[in-house]
Write a protein that binds this ligand. Structure first.
Ligand SMILES: Cc1cc2nc3c(=O)[nH]c(=O)nc-3n(C[C@H](O)[C@H](O)[C@H](O)COP(=O)(O)O)c2cc1C
Length: 196
């Protein structure tokens, strides 16, 4: 059985978030084609995640030292490490993504769980074969998609799987035919699901 992790980093509610709509189209098609797939969704806005503090760092280091891997401090990292495929959905906010996603990333970057150092070089331990980053944005950012670039960096840091992304741009530009763009994007998300 395949296990997909959906990291829902959308801030607006599901019924109005364009990013969520694309993630849903993708996942609906994917699960229709792969009946044996389990999707675990983390809704970051409903999570108990808080930015890592000095105290958290010390507690985590102590738990690594004593190999206390049942400690809940590792829960998000273990879940990320064990996912077969990963979908991150995040709107573009301030040239990257909402800060709650960065907070989540602080919780999953754990030496000995999602990466190790070998010969002074980091080696990813997460087993995902593919990671897809889905985003929408208000303007036209072209190649300056720092959110996507950082997500790709993290994917390479924590694993060896293939990184793919989908970005729909220009949704908040006056006069834009949002419905047509979104319908086309939804089709693209569905096509992506068929080859993912
Ligand atoms: C706080 C905030 C910051 C944003 N920053 C950017 C930005 O830097 N560049 C951009 O093109 N759009 C920006 N936008 C617009 C969103 O990216 C756009 O509306 C997106 O489609 C929202 O996704 P959603 O419908 O899933 O919430 C921002 C929106 C908000 C609310």
């Amino acid at each position: 059985m395949e296990n997909i992790l959906f990291i829902n980093s959308c801030i607006r509610p599901e019924d109005i978030s364009r990013t969520y709509r694309l993630c849903k189209s993708f996942l609906d098609r994917y699960t229709e084609l792969h009946k044996d797939t389990t999707v675990t969704e983390i809704v970051l806005t409903k999570s108990n995640l808080t930015p890592f503090t000095q105290n958290d760092v010390e507690q985590r280091d102590a738990a690594i030292l004593t190999k206390d891997y049942d400690n809940p401090i590792f829960d998000y990292a273990k879940q990320f490490a064990n996912a077969d495929k990963i979908i991150i959905g995040a709107p573009l906010w301030d040239l990257s993504y909402p800060s709650i996603l960065k907070v989540y990333i602080e919780h999953i970057c754990v030496n000995t769980v999602t990466f190790v150092y070998e010969n002074d070089m980091p080696k990813g331990l997460a087993k995902f074969s593919k990671l897809l980053y889905i985003s929408t944005c208000g303007g036209f950012i072209g190649e300056n998609d720092f959110g996507k670039d950082y997500a790709e960096g993290i994917a390479k840091f924590l694993g060896n799987g293939e990184f793919t992304s989908m970005s729909v741009q220009g949704l908040d530009i006056a006069g834009t035919d949002v419905d047509t763009i979104m319908n086309t994007a939804e089709e693209k998300a569905i096509q992506l699901a068929e080859i993912f």
